[in-house]
Design a protein around this ligand. Sequence first.
Ligand code: SF4
Length: 283
Amino acid sequence: MGRRAPVVWKRPAPGQITITGSSLEALLECPRRWFLSRRAKAEGGRQSRASIGDIVHLIARQAAEDGLTADQMRAQLDRVWEQIPFEAEWLSATERSEIDEAIDRFARYQASDGRDVVAVEREFRVPLSIEDREVVLVGTVDRLERDADGRLRVVDLKTGRRILREADVVDHAQLGVYQLAASLGAFDEVADGERRVAPPALAFVRSGESLPALVAQPSIDDAPALADEELVVGPTWVHDRIAQAVDVIRAGTFDAVECGACRYCQFASSCPVQNQAGRRSAK
Ligand code: SF4
């Protein structure tokens, strides 16, 4: 892993900085990629056609709100499938069969015992002060549930093929932001003021036998610090990560950091890290 030739940016005025779970994850992984994708998004706008992930999330939301069966979810999918862009007919057919299986898993998950659903696709916005850093955590949780003890549990649906292991999600920034937001009262209105958090989880709907593969992160109530790290600002490891990210944004220099995202990064062709690696392998 290496840091090279940073992108330099005009520093933001002091004040509140907005942090989302996904931006925190991206920023900590590679600041250069985070900065350039943010700029590309601002310049290029949103893609107009729906993705599989968008559609599965929409159907999952409706299923939770209206109690749809798997057949009803598939009927909804039939109605919108043509809007998803595929490069070839066979890709569409393969995807469809995998998504049908994902819907079956999700329907069984929803019908299984112990799922007290508090809210679906719930937006949040909660201010937070970490030493002298003023931050607003914003985002949307796919599902907010209560566990058997009444604690809040955030479940994030994942529709991609890549599955993470428990060791990968111990410091998963997005789950960390979700559970911190819940513990700060982001869901007070719908959860009767409950702020205790149960381990949040990623639900990989394309994987798993009968149910989606669930991979959970320890609750910050039970484990505020990571096993191999001392807290710097605290009181939890999520505060530390947010403080780190805000410091990068305030400094206004965005280093390229070689990481797992390099394999599919859209900014690799102009990246100093990649160019240097290319020169090394050409020697
Ligand atoms: S190629 Fe890798 S190091 Fe370069 S910007 Fe992309 S993610 Fe960062």
